[in-house]
Design a protein around this ligand. Sequence first.
Ligand code: 5GP
Ligand code: MG
Length: 185
Amino acid sequence: MEKIILHDKEFVLSITPAQIQDAVSSIAAGISSDHKDDNPLFLSILNGSFMFTADLLKKINFSCTVSFLKLASYSGDASTGIVKELIGLDEEISGRTVVVLEDIVDTGTTLKSIVAQLKRQNPGQVKIATLLLKPDAFSGDVHIDYVGLEIPNDFIVGYGLDYNQLGRNLDGIYKILPDKAGQPG
Ligand code: 5GP
Ligand code: MG
């Protein structure tokens, strides 16, 4: 069991680098068979998706473009809760096939907000690819076209994903271990 410590928490290897690459390859194969003639725009959601994006794009062997988006979160009013605004979308997406690249979909709230904002700019079509999906947390409000791996509801780090900014550089994915008091995180 390969264990690591980030800040105050202990994590154990859960998905190996080879398993991740297999999942990335299967997503690349799906996108290739559906969109090789569409000159798609890949939209990578920062920060977490940077590693997935780099590895996926190396497996795409047809004409495409890539751009990066960051979400700015701020507190809205009490009824809307957290509102997330896209920053960095300076591309013309009208008429394009847009493939959103996410590291992980948990409840799907983030993704729902991204898709709604993209659709206002009249893209040809919006497809979603996520490396990881937590089906037990997912609301199902948005259709996800390509899923690399389904995982349980554990907090994970590595391969772009962080715990308070640490762990993004890890080449495998690690899940949190319960702390000594038995708390899960
Ligand atoms: P959602 O809006 O789908 O509930 O959450 C999506 C975002 O929550 C992800 O883009 C990611 O930033 C964060 N997230 C969800 N689950 C995890 C996890 O297990 N580990 C880390 N590091 N981030 C997570
Ligand atoms: Mg993300």
